[in-house]
Design a protein around this ligand. Structure first.
Ligand code: URA
Length: 276
């Protein structure tokens, strides 16, 4: 297929936007691949062209279709794909992904994966951003200063840490606590998805901008997304400020308090309805 440069740039921009919104598309040097169906959408290069149009884009490493199995093997994904369906509970699943190699830098720098803790049959799942130093050290989410505040927030709405389930978008600590990279989120979100599939919570509370934007596939500000209910994969979800953000900006405590009250009220309503 031949294409003029403007068309190519426009298409590329559209694909990147689409890709960014849906996370299921892989852009290799000269084509776009749907990871679910294996469909190849178009070839950018003319047969006799050698220039690489997207030289800087890394391949996205979650790959499912068979003819990509060589790459999958190279990055250790075949193994993960194989065990994926076989995992029946959180414990076996956490062991199976313990040595996840998908994000090379994170795999090299982490002390351990921070899979999640709490009740495997929880009604409520709390989703944060990524482990920090304390979490990486202890292998448990939200055990540092922000974690203590989270514990207090939960207590204030009558939940204990033990009865809910607490985890993060990323299971590994980003070096020096930098923000998670888009590829890292793409690599790791399936693990959260699988966790939720096994826990089957009634509601999710997502903490902070990154968790909210990731789960809602949105670029909105936290201010726009908080204070109301959304759904993630059919599960009722609310987003509110991250406890670390509350430590920096106590002015956000009041809106957070309002959010979690609303969250608790909605939970009570659900429980009551189910009891009828
Ligand atoms: N911040 C997070 O988002 N998650 C943790 O586990 C700890 C701090």
């Amino acid at each position: 297929m031949s294409m003029d440069k403007n068309d190519f740039l426009k298409l590329t921009a559209n694909y990147l936007k689409f890709y960014n919104e849906h996370y299921n598309y892989e852009i290799s040097d000269n084509e776009l691949i749907d990871n679910r169906s294996g469909d190849r959408f178009f070839k950018i290069l003319k047969d006799n062209e050698t220039e690489k149009p997207l030289p800087d884009l890394k391949r996205i490493s979650h790959v499912h279709n068979d003819d990509e199995s060589k790459i999958a093997e190279d990055i250790g994904l075949n193994n993960i794909t194989k065990v994926w369906k076989g995992s029946q509970n959180l414990e076996t699943f956490s062991k199976l992904i313990r040595d996840c190699p998908k994000c090379l830098v994170l795999a090299e720098t982490r002390k351990q994966i921070v899979f999640g803790t709490g009740n495997p049959n929880a009604d409520i799942v709390i989703v944060g951003e990524a482990p920090g130093a304390d979490e990486d050290e202890q292998g448990k989410p939200f055990v540092g200063r922000a974690g203590k505040l989270l514990t207090d927030i939960l207590k204030a709405i009558n939940f204990s840490r033990e009865e809910v389930y607490i985890c993060n978008i990323l299971k590994c600590r980003p070096p020096a606590n930098r923000n998670p990279l888009p590829e890292e989120i793409i690599n790791c979100e399936p693990y959260l998805y699988k966790q939720l599939e096994m826990i089957k919570p009634k509601m999710i509370l997502a903490l902070g901008t990154l968790a909210a934007q990731t789960l809602l596939r949105s670029k909105e500000t936290l201010g726009k997304m908080r204070g109301k209910f959304h759904t993630y994969n059919g599960i009722k979800m609310m987003v509110t400020f991250h406890p670390a953000a509350l430590l920096r900006n106590p002015g956000w405590k009041k809106p957070t308090w309002e959010d979690v009250q609303l969250f608790r009220t909605e939970y009570e309503k659900m429980i009551k309805q189910e009891a009828i």
